[in-house]
Design a protein around this ligand. Structure first.
Ligand code: GDP
Length: 617
């Protein structure tokens, strides 16, 4: 299968006519007396150990079958089984997943579990003080204990209060949080949601709440900037209560701590509350087992090679350990903590820089220590193959309206998570309400996020991690988002009439989704300048940035400003210098006017597209 050696000659040897048979007929295989368990990706050496014969014996048997291998060659299941049977053993295969479970549970004594430090991600609206808060905690709770006080930015740090540690992920922002989750890592035990007391709940506050909820991570609120004269913490509480985050002092569940990151007021209370909130989660780890962790950051450092910041999540990571990280293997050459100090080992909930990688992993990739280098290589190889297979499969299993219809037809009840992005808040709300009402006993509709503005990469990642579809109402995906959606296979439905959205969903639910029409983008052009044209109004001086802009056939065009559709219609004229042309390709400048529309501004994007019919699956 994956690494099956080629068997020259195949079965022919067995079919040799009798008269040509070797003078001495091979001894009949011994009776099967036992069963051994093998893991996918085993080598000749592994097999020999399992069946308790010398590797040389196995190689000899392989040679008889015309397979010339070495002791480190990986065997496929079929070959391994055949050889084992030659030695009187039947084979039970352990799949890669089972093997990982075995690896992960290699020490099972629950008595070895000890509490570990909680891991915190700080989220919130831009300018509400995330960075200031992280810096303030770092400086008061980390640096003061160090002579010289120089701390390193490695993507995370450990703060200390009353001898207890809290780990802060140092890359505030939703992208990092969601990116990690999209790659399957869940490292955060609690989200600290920073809300500025002078500004209140803003769009990214809402986004943060939605993301924390989808990730099922508890939220603790830091009401920041209480030193400001126009601070209004009560209003913040009110706004959060409206979003089902009811403050404790109002009888709710959510801990809210008023702080000033700038004046460093009440930070200790915040830390104590973090400990209190996470204590209930009883986060434990086993320092005696081989380490597992997640990549927080990775970079290639001149002189040091690939360096990754790893959050050790369980077990203890030692210098000299062999590991797999993502699809790469490595051996820990050095460990450096968040204060720049070299370490011999790193315990659970420690962020450390790890040197000794053979390649650059991605944030969110898992790190797993394994017994020896050969094993690490096998598993890394298997993971590479698995990653490839998964990429192929996952595209096929993503929810789309078409696949929903298909599943319902097969009688499956489904949940359909939806993300709504609209040009204005009002439309988003109306849509959320009308869509939620459409759910029935077969399809539960769950609106996991609504927002205003262009569909961002972050929206797509949220959709991808929660298997949601995205509805864009009068908005478009931005450049990154379109690419990511394509890669992740996320279904983005673009609409500009509310009735059409509900109608489409209803049809999908009742199995009446028509062969849909789907847009095909032809090209994009950026408006560099706007000039007056007699009789027509304004024309756009553009450069084509993607595909081509055409006015041929059934091509249509729309004008997009900051991700929001301003106008849709047909191109009036398309010009190169003074000449009318039908098509202008990437990288070329041109003049564009719309039919009966001229509210064009510098920085707008013109998108040319056609509408095609697409058959449902
Ligand atoms: P971020 O975008 O959430 O990381 O926000 P920053 O940490 O960059 O802070 C944005 C601005 O708010 C900066 O000018 C900070 O100095 C200011 N700021 C942050 N915390 C406080 C605070 O507690 N009080 C006051 N008055 N200003 C603050």
């Amino acid at each position: 299968r994956l690494h099956g050696p080629i068997r020259p000659g195949g079965r022919r040897a067995d079919r040799r006519p009798r008269q040509q048979a070797a003078p001495r007929a091979p001894a009949p295989p011994p009776p099967i007396t036992r069963t051994i368990t093998l893991a996918e990706g085993m080598t000749v050496k592994d097999l020999a150990e399992k069946i308790e014969v010398k590797a040389k014996e196995v190689l000899k048997k392989l040679m008889e079958k015309r397979m010339v291998l070495t002791i480190n060659t990986t065997l496929d299941t079929e070959t391994a089984t055949m050889i084992a049977r030659e030695f009187g053993a039947d084979v039970k295969m352990r799949t890669f997943e089972e093997e990982m479970v075995v690896l992960e549970s290699e020490v099972i004594d629950p008595g070895d579990l000890v509490p570990r430090a909680p891991v915190v991600t700080v989220l919130g609206h831009v300018d509400h003080g995330k960075t200031t808060l992280l810096d303030a905690i770092r400086e008061t709770r980390v640096a003061e204990q160090e002579a010289g006080g120089i701390t390193q930015h490695i993507g995370a740090y450990a703060a200390e209060i009353d001898g207890r540690r809290i780990v802060f992920l140092d890359t505030p922002g939703h992208e990092a949080f969601t990116m990690m989750r999209a790659r399957g890592a869940s490292v955060t035990d609690v989200v600290v949601l920073v809300v500025a007391a002078d500004d209140g709940v803003m769009p990214q506050t809402q986004e943060a709440i939605d993301h924390a909820r989808v990730a099922d991570v508890p939220i603790l609120v830091a009401i920041n900037k209480i030193d400001k004269s126009d601070a209004n913490p009560e209003r913040v509480k009110q706004e959060l209560a409206e979003r089902e985050l009811t403050p404790e002092d109002w009888g709710g569940q959510t801990v809210m701590v008023p702080v000033s990151a700038k004046k460093r007021d009440n930070l200790d209370t915040l830390l104590e509350m973090i400990l209190l909130v996470t204590e209930l989660g009883e986060h434990k780890a086993n320092p005696k087992r081989m380490a597992t962790g997640a990549v927080l950051e990775a970079k290639v450092d001149r002189g040091r090679g690939p360096v990754a910041t790893i959050l050790v999540q369980d077990g203890t990571l030692h210098v000299g350990d062999n590991f797999i990280v993502g699809t790469h293997v490595g051996r820990v050459r050095a460990l450096i903590d968040d204060r720049g100090q070299p370490l011999k080992e790193a315990e659970p909930s420690s962020p450390v820089e790890v040197l000794g990688l053979t390649g650059l992993p991605q944030p969110g990739d898992a790190l797993q220590v394994v017994a020896d280098a050969a094993k690490a290589r096998q598993i890394a190889l298997l993971r590479q193959n698995q990653a490839k297979e998964k990429a192929l499969v996952s595209r096929g299993t993503r929810v789309t309206l078409e696949s929903l219809q298909q599943q319902l037809a097969e009688g499956e009840a489904k949940e359909l998570p939806i993300i709504i992005k609209a040009d204005v808040q009002g439309s988003a709300e109306v849509l959320a309400e009308s869509l939620a009402k459409l759910g029935d006993e077969r399809v539960k509709i769950r609106i996991i996020h609504t927002g205003v503005g262009a569909i961002s990469e972050w929206d797509v990642l949220l959709a991808s991690t929660s298997n949601a579809i995205i509805i864009g109402f009068n908005v478009r995906p931005d450049r990154n988002a379109a690419g990511v959606a394509e890669r992740e296979g996320v279904d983005i439905r673009k609409h500009s009439v509310i009735y059409n959205v509900t109608d489409e969903l209803k049809k999908a639910m009742t199995g009446l989704l028509e062969p849909t029409t789907r847009e095909r983008q032809l090209g994009l052009a950026e408006v560099r300048e706007v000039f007056k044209v007699p009789k027509i109004g304004l024309a756009a001086g553009c450069i084509v940035t993607d595909g081509s802009i055409t006015r041929a056939g059934d091509a249509q065009a729309r004008l997009v400003r900051d991700g929001v559709i301003v106008h849709e219609g047909r191109i009036g004229s398309l010009r190169r210098f003074k000449d009318d042309v039908n098509e202008v390709k990437t990288g070329i400048e041109c003049g564009i006017t719309f039919e009966r529309f001229s509210d064009i501004k510098t920085g707008d994007v013109i998108e040319a597209f056609t509408v095609e019919k697409v058959a449902t699956v």
